[in-house]
Design a protein around this ligand. Structure first.
Ligand SMILES: CC(C)(COP(=O)(O)OP(=O)(O)OC[C@H]1O[C@@H](n2cnc3c(N)ncnc32)[C@H](O)[C@@H]1OP(=O)(O)O)[C@@H](O)C(=O)NCCC(=O)NCCS
Length: 212
C-alpha cells in the first residue's frame, strides 16, 4: 500500500505512460504574485522541520514526500506550506527543471516548474490554491526566476480553473508518452492555445533561474 506510488512510477518509467496535460506559462518578472501571509517557504538551505515533514507524509504519502524533499535538497527549488498547528491546509512545490525535463524536454531547456500543489479536501474552494500560486510567483520573482510553467491533467477542472485565475497563459493541450526510462519519448500538441495566446517560447531560449 505504502509503496504503491513508487511501484506505479517504476512501471511508468520502464513500461511506459501516456498523459494529457493542459500546459500554462507565466513570466514571474512581469506577472502578478504577492507575499501572501500564513505560508512558510522552505528550500535546500532551510529544510522543513519534522512536524512539517510528518504532515506532508500523512497527506502525500511517505515515498512521494521523501522523493520530493530529496529533489529539493539535490536540485534546488522550494516547498510552500500552509499549516494551522499540526494541520496541513495546503502545500505546493516549485521545482527546478532537471527533475521534470525527462517528460517535458519539448517545453524548455531550462525553466521553473510550479507544482504539484495540494489543498486539504475540507479546505477546498476557499482560495488556498490561489494564495499558494500567488506566493509562488512572488518567490520566483524575488529570485529572478522568470520562465515558469505549470500543468494539470486535462480532466482536473479545479486545478485548471485555479491556474487560469492566477493569470497564467494557456499553451494548449499536450500529449506526452515516455517508454523505457525515457529512452523512447513522444510529444504531440493535441489542442493549440486559444486564439490570441502567444505561442510557447522557443526551446532554445534559456531561462533566468538565478544561481542554479
Ligand atoms: C486543485 C486544488 C489544489 C484546488 O484547490 P482549492 O484550494 O480548492 O482551489 P481554490 O479554492 O483556489 O479554487 C480553485 C477554483 O476552482 C474551482 N473549482 C473547484 N472545483 C471545480 C470543478 N469541479 N470544476 C470547475 N471548477 C472548480 C473553484 O470554484 C475555484 O474557482 P472560483 O474561485 O472561481 O470559484 C485541489 O482541488 C487539490 O488539491 N486537488 C488534488 C491535487 C491536485 O489535483 N493538484 C493539482 C495538480 S498540481
Amino acid at each position: 500500500m505504502r509503496y504503491r506510488y513508487l511501484i506505479r512510477r517504476l512501471f511508468d518509467r520502464t513500461v511506459g505512460t501516456t498523459r494529457d496535460f493542459c500546459v500554462f506559462t507565466c513570466s514571474a518578472l512581469h506577472g502578478g504574485g504577492a507575499r501572501e501571509s500564513g505560508i512558510e517557504v522552505y528550500d535546500s538551505g532551510r529544510m522543513p522541520p519534522q512536524s512539517v515533514r510528518a504532515a506532508l507524509q500523512r497527506h502525500a504519502g511517505r515515498v512521494k514526500s521523501r522523493l520530493m524533499l530529496h529533489r529539493m535538497r539535490r536540485h534546488g527549488g522550494m516547498l510552500l506550506t500552509m499549516m494551522e498547528g499540526p494541520n496541513l491546509h495546503g502545500y505546493g512545490w516549485i521545482q527546478t527543471w532537471r527533475p521534470v525535463k525527462r517528460e517535458f524536454w519539448w517545453l524548455a531547456d531550462d525553466a521553473i516548474c510550479l507544482g504539484p500543489y495540494w489543498t486539504h479536501p475540507e479546505m477546498r474552494g476557499r482560495g488556498i490554491y490561489g494564495r499558494l500560486l500567488s506566493r509562488s510567483l512572488f518567490e520566483c520573482r524575488r529570485r529572478g526566476w522568470d520562465e515558469l510553467y505549470i500543468w494539470a491533467g486535462v480532466d482536473n477542472a479545479p486545478s485548471i480553473r485555479g491556474i487560469e485565475k492566477a493569470g497564467f497563459r494557456s499553451l494548449g493541450r499536450h500529449r506526452v508518452s515516455t517508454y523505457l526510462f525515457g529512452l523512447v519519448r513522444r510529444h504531440e500538441e493535441i489542442e493549440a492555445p486559444p486564439p490570441g495566446e502567444p505561442a510557447r517560447r522557443s526551446r532554445r531560449q534559456p531561462a533566468k533561474t538565478g544561481g542554479r
